[in-house]
Design a protein around this ligand. Structure first.
Ligand SMILES: C[S@@+](CC[C@H](N)C(=O)[O-])C[C@H]1O[C@@H](n2cnc3c(N)ncnc32)[C@H](O)[C@@H]1O
Length: 273
């Protein structure tokens, strides 16, 4: 793969995790995109589209009179994205292209550029955003869904396994240079990119009850992060026991009656001057 240091890697497990995660995130992303101004007929660029979940959501919002270009450096994910667009019946107006974001060139300008969980992975997110803004028409929209899991919010009552797991996940990102608190850097990033102060909204996932999605979400993410977690000496695979991690976090939270707070979801958008 062209980006061997990508924190979550490109394993089959990670592909499955992204699909599950996309189902969890869809409602929030849709709300941010609608509030940010996506509308039927728009021509939209989706940055770091992966397996196309955001591109397919945008396809629903812009409809067949609009169009979507999803870009990513991961060819395998793009092949899946294309297959899914065919299945969803929108492949004639949803296209995918393998490219590094920094190499994107301006041809016909877009009505909007969007991305989910992508700016936090960039070496210089403001420079990437500035570049992307140059591909959007004046009056066009820049809309991003990012997250903040920089610190664990202690549950009440405290749930030690949840707190330790969450802290390790956060630290694995931080040590690798991907800020886990990127969601709270969105205003500064938009301003540094030469854009107006963005409108920002947030949603907080809450769980802890039996079968809560938060257990599998965090355990699956930790599993994708294992090579990075071990590399930084944060924990060993034997200590983490990822196969049983979700079940053990669930047993802990349910027995305590603990209310768990997940990563804050941020939607940020601005109009290009
Ligand atoms: C966490 S995934 C999110 C995928 C998708 N946006 C979603 O929410 O389902 C991040 C994606 O961004 C891509 N990516 C990150 N930085 C990139 C860059 N500089 N150029 C191209 N793709 C990039 C990765 O390959 C990966 O597919």
């Amino acid at each position: 793969m062209s980006a061997p240091d990508y924190v979550l890697g490109y394993s089959e497990h990670e592909q499955k995790r992204l699909l599950k995660q996309a189902a969890l995130l869809r409602g929030w992303t849709e709300r941010f995109f609608r509030a940010g101004g996506l509308a039927p007929g728009m021509r939209v660029l989706d940055l770091g589209c992966g397996m196309g979940d955001v591109s397919l959501l945008v396809a629903d919002l812009v409809g067949p009179k609009g169009s979507v270009l999803g870009v990513d450096r991961d060819a395998q994910a793009l092949a899946r994205a294309h297959e899914r667009a065919i299945k969803q019946g929108c492949a004639d107006y949803v296209k995918f292209e393998q490219i590094h974001l920094e190499e994107l060139k301006s041809g016909e300008l877009f009505d909007a550029a969007v991305g989910r969980y992508v700016l936090l992975y960039q070496a210089d997110p403001a420079a990437t955003l500035r570049h992307v803004a140059s591909l959007v028409k004046p009056g066009g929209r820049l809309i991003f869904h990012e997250l903040d899991f920089g610190q664990v919010v202690p549950p009440w009552p405290e749930a030690p396994l949840w707190m330790r797991t969450y802290t390790i996940m956060s630290e694995a990102f931080r040590r690798g240079g991907n800020p886990p608190d990127f969601g709270r850097r969105l205003s500064r990033t938009f301003l540094d990119a030469g854009l107006p102060w963005p409108t920002i909204q947030a949603e907080i996932p809450v769980g802890g009850e039996p079968d809560s999605y938060v257990f599998g979400w965090i355990a699956d993410t930790v599993r994708s992060l294992l090579p990075r977690i071990e590399h930084f000496g944060l924990a060993t695979a034997a200590e983490l026991e990822v196969e049983t991690l979700a079940a053990r976090m669930e047993r802990e939270a349910v027995s305590l009656g603990a209310q768990l707070i997940g990563p804050t979801q941020f939607g940020a958008w601005a109009v290009k001057p």
